[in-house]
Ligand binder design. Structure first.
Ligand code: 2HA
Ligand code: ZN
Length: 266
C-alpha cells in the first residue's frame, strides 16, 4: 500500500494544505492553477519499481533528467479546493519512463495529470540539470499580482521587483532573487514554459502577464509563503493608491540595509 508510506503521506498532506490556502486566498477560481512535486526521495528502491495502473502514456516532451522520477501532479480539470480535501482523488502520482518521453500512472491513483504536465516537467528537467534543489513547481492566480501586470510600465522585472520589495522589508528577505516576468503567452503552451525557463535562470518566482504567477522551490509551503508575501506587498500598494496617494516605499538605503543582516544576494 502506497499510503502506508508515512514520508509520502506527510508530503501529500503538505500539498493538500497548500491547495487549501490557494483556494482560501481566492487565487484558484474553478480549476485555476496547478502543482507538481518531485517525490522520488519519498520512496524505497523497491517502491520506485511498483506496478503502474496505466503505463506508457506519451509526453509531448523528453525529460532527459527525470527518467524514473516520481511526481505528484494535480489532476486535469481538478479544483484546488477539492485537492485540499481529497488530494488522492484530485491528483495523479506518475513515474517518468526510462526513456523520458512517456509516463506511468501509479497504483491506487488512476487520475490523469494536468494538461500542463509537459510544461511542469520541462521546468523540473531544467532545474534538476542545473543542480538546483528544487522539488516544487507551483502555479496560481493571485488577484493583486495579476492586477499589477495590467500596468505596462510595471512589466519590467527590475521595476516590479523594486516596487514590491519596497512595500515591506519581508518581501526583500523572502523573495531575494526578485521576480522574473514573461509577457503574455497562451496558457499551457510549451512557449510559455520555455519563456519561463529563461527567467528561472535568474529568479525563483515568475509573473505571467495578465495570467498568474509561478514559483519553484524545495518546499511547497515556502513557495506559497513567497507568493503570499508578494501579494501582501501588492495589496499595500493598491490600498495606498486607493486611498489617493502614491506609497513612498522603502528607500534604496533601507533596502540595502537588509542585505548584510539577512545574508541576501545583491
Ligand atoms: O490549470 O491555471 O494556466 C489552469 C491554469 C492554466
Ligand atoms: Zn493559470
Amino acid at each position: 500500500m502506497i499510503r502506508d508510506n508515512k514520508i509520502l503521506m506527510t508530503e501529500i498532506n503538505r500539498i493538500a494544505e497548500t491547495a487549501g490556502y490557494l483556494w482560501e486566498k481566492g487565487w484558484a477560481e474553478r480549476n485555476g492553477g496547478n502543482i507538481s512535486v518531485n517525490l522520488t526521495d519519498c520512496f524505497t528502491p523497491q517502491e520506485i519499481k511498483m506496478q503502474p495502473v496505466e503505463s506508457n502514456l506519451p509526453l509531448a516532451i523528453r525529460a532527459e533528467h527525470l527518467k524514473g522520477h516520481i511526481f505528484y501532479v494535480t489532476g486535469t480539470g481538478k479544483r484546488m479546493r477539492y485537492v485540499a480535501r481529497e488530494p488522492w482523488s484530485n491528483g495523479a502520482l506518475i513515474r517518468i519512463s526510462p526513456t523520458g518521453d512517456s509516463y506511468d500512472i501509479l497504483a491506487e491513483n488512476p487520475i490523469r495529470p494536468t494538461s500542463e504536465l509537459p510544461s511542469h516537467l520541462l521546468m523540473h528537467d531544467y532545474l534538476l540539470a542545473e543542480g538546483r534543489q528544487i522539488r516544487v513547481v507551483l502555479h496560481t492566480h493571485p488577484t493583486d499580482i495579476i492586477g499589477l501586470t495590467h500596468c505596462k510600465p510595471l512589466l519590467d522585472s527590475a521595476r516590479l521587483t523594486r516596487l514590491l520589495w519596497s512595500m515591506i522589508p519581508e518581501c526583500r528577505i523572502i523573495v531575494p532573487r526578485g521576480l522574473g516576468i514573461v509577457g503574455y503567452e497562451i496558457p499551457g503552451t510549451i512557449e510559455l514554459a520555455r519563456a519561463t525557463i529563461e527567467q528561472l535562470k535568474h529568479h525563483d518566482i515568475i509573473v505571467w502577464e495578465k495570467h498568474g504567477i509561478l514559483a519553484v522551490g524545495e518546499d511547497i509551503i515556502e513557495c506559497f509563503d513567497a507568493i503570499d508575501t508578494l501579494s501582501k506587498s501588492a495589496q499595500i500598494y493598491f490600498s495606498a493608491r486607493a486611498a489617493g496617494f502614491e506609497p513612498e516605499g522603502m528607500t534604496d538605503e533601507q533596502l540595502e540595509g537588509l542585505v548584510e543582516p539577512f545574508c541576501l544576494p545583491r
